[in-house]
Design a protein around this ligand. Structure first.
Ligand SMILES: Nc1ncnc2c1ncn2[C@@H]1O[C@H](COP(=O)(O)OP(=O)(O)O)[C@@H](O)[C@H]1O
Ligand SMILES: Cc1ncc(COP(=O)(O)O)c(N)n1
Length: 268
């Protein structure tokens, strides 16, 4: 039996809702096999990040090289990358294995406010990784940091941001509007057309890992052969259900429900 494969290069979230843990669950839910290269071990829970231990760039390379040489991957997806060295090895791995799609979720800080990528890392990400990215999935604060500008407040400003992000090299962008007021509108742009993906805003506290889960769902759909627009469409439905049926776990922002989309909970 064959199965599409996503390699996730990301950090471990001991809380189980974001990072590698979110990626593995999301891929499993969507019928895709996921392998992983861990970039950092974080001690975190629903309230915050207690400690971060970065993995040496050589070890990140070794994990990815081992699975890519043997198992291969239809898609490489990156999440938390800690610094320059890690970004450089990811860039080398992309050159060596030339995956069809490279989904980059530029994790710069956690929802709880801890900065997860160094400033030097941000510069190398912009220069080395974005030109090799086929789909970039920043939230509004991340996009603002990448462009060194103030966060957009309207859809018109989001369009302007998407154009500027596209000029940094990625083939396509999904600018996530989860942090705006009103409906949760994400804007897709590939240099040709803007496609908004909108969902009614859910009054939810349990949003830990939404960004990771959304990007992983896009990666999984791309691995199955969907085009970028359809992959984003499915991912939007997946994350909306995951947020709607999020778990009341912990004292802070609980994890989303990765099984809600498959279980079709709305139809009960
Ligand atoms: N309260 C909400 N209701 C519905 N969708 C949401 C909500 N919050 C975030 N989303 C969606 O979840 C996905 C992740 O977005 P966002 O929260 O902006 O990312 P991040 O976790 O990287 O900050 C996007 O599709 C966004 O529109
Ligand atoms: C290891 C790791 N990676 C990424 C995030 C971002 O999570 P979110 O999707 O909530 O912004 C996180 N909190 N921890």
């Amino acid at each position: 039996m064959t199965i599409p494969v996503v390699l996730s290069i990301a950090g471990s979230d001991s809380g189980g809702g974001a990072g590698i843990q979110a990626d593995l669950k999301t891929c499993q839910e969507l019928g895709v096999f996921a392998t992983s290269a861990i970039t950092a071990i974080t001690a975190q829970n629903t309230v915050g990040v207690h400690q971060v231990k970065a993995i040496e760039p050589e070890m990140v390379y070794a994990q990815a090289d081992a699975v890519l040489a043997d198992i291969g991957a239809n898609v490489i997806k990156t999440g938390m990358l800690v610094g320059e060295g890690q970004i450089k090895v990811v860039s080398q791995l992309i050159d060596k294995y030339t995956p069809a799609e490279v989904v980059v979720d530029p994790v710069i800080s956690s929802t709880s406010g801890t900065q997860l990528l160094t400033n030097e890392g941000l510069a190398v990400l912009r220069k080395q990784l974005l030109p090799k990215t086929t789909l970039l999935t920043p939230n509004l604060p991340e996009a603002a940091l990448l462009l060194n500008q103030k966060e957009p407040k309207t859809i018109a400003e989001m369009k302007e941001f998407a154009i500027q992000l596209h000029q940094l090299g990625p083939r396509a962008i999904v600018l996530k509007g989860g942090h705006l007021e009103g409906d949760a509108v994400d804007l897709f742009y590939d240099g040709r057309e803007f496609i908004p993906f909108s969902a009614a805003r859910i009054k939810a506290t349990h949003t830990h890992g939404t960004g990771c889960t959304f990007a992983a769902a896009i990666a999984a759909e791309l691995a199955k052969g969907s085009n970028r627009v359809n992959a984003v469409r499915v991912a939007k439905a997946f994350i909306t259900k995951a947020i709607k049926y999020g778990f009341e776990l912990g004292e802070g922002k609980g994890p989303t429900n990765h099984a809600a989309y498959r279980q079709q909970l709305d139809k009960e």
